[in-house]
Design a protein around this ligand. Structure first.
Ligand code: G4P
Length: 528
């Protein structure tokens, strides 16, 4: 077997989707702990905190104590090379968070056992649905009492319209978590709270339901409840279908606790079995298989000014096929120009390491001086282009105002470049030369970044006048119909940089009623 197919087979590239506080940071640390990438869980956080004093890219980051950068963590586990695409946390929720999911082959949806599906989980899940990304569900914090497992599963099925297949089932003695039952192997894993607050891997007591030591450890009430639940699950359900999972229709569900490491090892093992290896991607010349020997990849994120000393930008490229080699020459398909990929980096937490080679599923960082854009294809095999990265409809809107009218040209240039880079979206009420442009973002932080960069990179001091719109939809209809949408309470018609019309809405309700009424018009939450 070739080296390429070996490396492809070994790779699992995924992201964690969750609402703030569900335990993403904790789970990430623990995965690294199990992967042997760090010795003491907690050191990612500790190092993050320690490095903060000398933190890089903007003062804002220091002032607010937030992390704007997201990283890619690569670690080995049981012979597999795992790429965890770390999505930014809550205050810094932005379009980048969505785009990162475009580079993942699967996702782990992390739920708090008291809260189930929350707002941000739902938004991120929608992006997975768009690409039919396979989603694992991990119900976290089971070391403390939470909602009943049946209710949590019902929540996922109802809220997200995705079927669930419990791979593990929690064993509960009233509120107390006793362990989990693995429906595949029919083994019980008993929960033991470690002495060191989860800083090392946990030993588990494992055995069959009928082993004496297992029976002795599970109180009668808990055993009866488990039997009842299992019967219910068996009655409810068909066999687990990997195919349905791979097409995003069914989610295998796990229960555990990232903090105490409980349930992580069985989860990781099943994850490695089930998660897809790098998947073929659609391109302008057909499907590109990862085993295609020539290197291809696409840019899914651009990080500006990670290090103010260098004033550089880093384009994050997901390798789709072939072997990538440092220094190789590829074609930047959009411009048609050759590009030498001289000093690619890989990211480990916030440290960068130079790399010599990379394989499908990996993410490499390319230094860029402003040539690359989100969605660009790099190819060592001619002109193929991967389907672009969608633009997602913003939820925050503001007019952007300058006090010095002579700066309008710089403002327009800055907005154009920053929007191409994906920092925010720009809209116009009439034409580009018309009144103040409108900027839209998925997360509030994008606005702060935008103002900061306009000032420091384009010399334009601008301020924002917030608008009360909360949602937007691109519309497809004959021009007369589109114009008709301009009138109407709580709505505004605008055009994006490509002159595509969108309607902004002041509430979900206005949006719903408009969409319901205007049956002839197609509304899209992703740019058509
Ligand atoms: P996030 O990145 O998704 O925002 O969540 P994070 O890991 O920071 O976890 C949020 C809080 O939930 C933390 O508590 C964390 O310790 C706790 N947590 C994570 N996993 C578990 C779990 O399995 N069980 C329980 N009981 N708690 C869990 P905190 O008090 O906010 O922070 P810290 O002082 O513990 O760091």
């Amino acid at each position: 077997m070739s080296r390429l197919s070996d490396e492809v087979r070994r790779r699992r590239t995924f992201a964690i989707i969750s609402h703030p506080d569900a335990g993403k940071t904790t789970l990430t640390e623990k995965l690294l702990l199990y992967g042997g990438a760090i010795h003491l869980a907690g050191s990612v956080k500790a190092r993050r905190a320690a490095r903060h004093a000398t933190s890089d890219w903007m003062q804002m980051e220091q002032e607010r104590g937030i992390s704007v950068t997201s990283s890619v963590l690569q670690f080995e586990y049981l012979g597999r090379a795992i790429n965890l695409l770390d999505t930014p946390g809550h205050q810094d929720f932005s379009e980048d968070t969505y785009r990162t999911l475009m580079a993942a082959d699967s996702a782990v949806m992390l739920l708090d056992n008291r809260k189930g599906v929350e707002e941000q989980t739902r938004k991120l899940f929608e992006v997975c649905r768009l690409r039919k990304t396979p989603v694992f569900t991990f119900v976290n914090k089971c070391d403390r009492p939470g909602e009943s497992p049946l209710k949590l599963i019902d929540d996922v099925e109802r809220e997200l319209g995705m079927k669930c297949y419990p791979m593990m089932w929690p064993i509960l003695d009233g509120d107390r978590f006793v362990g989990v039952y693995d429906r595949g192997s029919e083994q019980v894993h008993l929960f033991e709270r470690g002495e060191d607050h989860g800083q090392s891997r946990v030993g588990t007591h494992t055995g069959s339901l009928y082993d004496d030591h297992i029976q002795a450890a599970i109180p009668d009430g808990a055993m009866n409840q488990l039997m009842e639940d299992l019967e219910l699950l068996d009655m409810a359900g068909a066999e687990f279908s990997r195919e349905a999972f791979l097409s995003g229709e069914v989610s295998p569900v796990f229960f555990g606790s990232a903090l105490t490491n409980f349930g992580l090892e069985p989860f990781l093992r099943r994850f490695l079995d089930l998660a897809p290896e790098p998947t073929p991607r659609e391109s302008s010349t057909g499907t590109i298989d990862p085993l295609k020997p020539e290197f291809t990849g696409f840019v899914f994120k651009i990080q500006a000014n990670m290090d103010p000393k260098h004033r550089d930008r880093i384009a994050f490229v997901r390798v789709c096929s072939g072997r990538f080699e440092a220094g190789m020459q590829v074609k930047h398909v959009r411009s048609g120009k050759p590009l030498r990929l001289a000093s690619p980096t890989q990211f480990m937490a916030r440290e960068r390491t130079l790399i010599e080679e990379a394989w499908p599923g990996d993410v490499i960082g390319i230094h860029d001086r402003g040539n690359l854009r989100i969605g660009d294809t790099l190819s060592a095999d001619g002109d193929l282009e991967f389907g672009g990265i969608p633009r997602f409809s913003p939820e925050h809107f503001a007019r952007i105002l300058i006090s010095d009218p002579l700066k309008r040209k710089q403002l327009d240039t800055g907005l154009q470049q920053l929007s191409e880079e994906g920092a925010a979206q720009v809209f116009y009420a009439e034409s580009i030369t018309g009144p103040a442009p409108i900027v839209g973002a998925v997360g509030q932080l994008q606005f702060d970044v935008l103002l900061h960069r306009l000032e420091h990179e384009y010399g334009v001091r601008a301020r924002l006048e917030r608008m009360s719109y909360v949602a937007a939809r691109w519309v497809e209809a004959p021009p007369a119909e589109v114009d008709r949408l301009a009138g109407g309470h709580g709505r505004m018609l605008v055009y994006d940089a490509k002159q595509k019309p969108l309607v902004l809405f002041d509430s979900e309700w206005t949006m719903r009623t408009t969409i319901d009424r205007e049956k002839e018009i197609a509304f899209h939450d992703v740019a058509p």
